[in-house]
Design a protein around this ligand. Structure first.
Ligand code: HXC
Length: 288
């Protein structure tokens, strides 16, 4: 039974919005990224999702493809974003089978709670390697195709390209590092670096028509991230105990909606930004 579109993306978006577009997503079998990709597929895109677990990645891809007649979704498992070669092979297969890469979501991440006293150098490096170096590797492997897409779909801002948009990066980051939280030095350092990569791409590649933006989710219900970090109050950062201004946790659909906005024609002039999707929670973080 296909998952209803309304579970993954708001009905404000039109069907076919991303027809003939291809999204390449690392960490694409995870809860947040799979929702982002599923929304794009519902709205017309084809997709290539990358993960370490072969069975999970292939099964999520198969399920995503069932959400729209004619949708093509490739799931490539046994790809570790820490390995440049395995990423390059995946990119090559994506372009060979789907024809292009128009949108990239850098979503692969690893995390756990640990105080600095129990955080080994290798543990710190593992998270930096997955989140930060993995995002860098993903950009390196995809950039030639993303440049091609940006050139093809550029818009002058006054008139929309009737063929749609392309040449866009989204990095899935976090808000942990804005004020600092306990037990997350590894993730905070990694995500601060991820934010910096996005800013650098905005500056360097913006003149070629590429946009690069960050989505920073808050505590999103029913995600592995929330489960892993629940020991520190759910989102790993609510040290003050103050309520989320929105009065509830977020849902994956709300991350998908931000993704659709950034990749759509409505997001043409959004570049180098961070879209925080956390119900206002980061505004309540303990400030110095
Ligand atoms: C302390 C730990 C640890 C823990 C692992 N390590 N877990 N140290 N506390 N709970 C240490 C290990 O002892 C080892 O150090 C080092 O980390 C590497 O561990 P490995 O298991 O060999 O690494 P690897 O198999 O590559 O696994 C990477 C991982 C793992 C990050 C450690 O948790 C993982 O694969 N996670 C992927 C899934 C995941 O985390 N999803 C959640 C994403 S959510 P030593 O010194 O012993 O060699 C997310 C949201 C962030 O990221 C933002 C939140 C709001």
């Amino acid at each position: 039974m296909p998952v209803p579109k309304s579970d993954y993306v708001s009905n404000v978006w039109r069907d076919g919005l991303f027809a003939n577009k291809v999204v390449f997503c690392t960490g694409g079998a995870g809860t947040i990224c799979s929702a982002q990709v599923r929304a794009l597929v519902h709205l017309g895109a084809n997709a290539c999702i990358i993960g370490r677990n072969v069975e999970k990645t292939e099964s999520v891809a198969k399920d995503m493809a069932s959400c729209r007649p004619g949708a093509k979704v490739i799931g490539i498992g046994a790809v570790d974003v820490r390995s440049v070669k395995s990423l390059e092979d995946a990119v090559e297969r994506c372009v060979k089978e789907l024809g292009s890469i128009d949108f990239v979501i850098c979503g692969a991440a690893g995390n756990f709670l640990a105080p600095i006293s129990q955080l080994s150098a290798n543990a710190f490096k593992a998270v930096i390697d997955i989140d930060l170096i993995g995002s860098f590797n993903t950009v390196k492997a995809t950039l030639p195709y993303v440049r091609e897409s940006a050139l093809k779909y550029q818009s002058d801002g006054k008139t929309s390209n009737s063929a749609g948009t392309g040449g866009r990066y989204i990095f899935v980051s976090a808000t942990l590092h804005y004020a600092g939280v306990p037990l997350q030095i590894h993730a905070m350092a990694a995500k601060a670096g991820v934010d910096a990569i996005s800013s650098g791409i905005c500056i360097e590649e913006g003149p070629r028509g590429i946009t690069s933006n960050v989505i920073a989710p808050g505590g999103i219900a029913d995600t592995e991230g929330l489960a892993r970090l629940s020991m520190s109050g759910g989102s790993g950062r609510r040290t003050s105990g103050s309520p989320i201004p929105a009065g509830r946790p977020g849902y994956v659909k709300e991350i998908s909606d931000a993704t659709v906005y950034i990749f759509s024609d409505a997001g043409n002039y959004v570049n180098g930004s961070t879209v925080v999707v956390d119900g206002g929670a980061w505004r309540t973080m303990v400030q110095p």
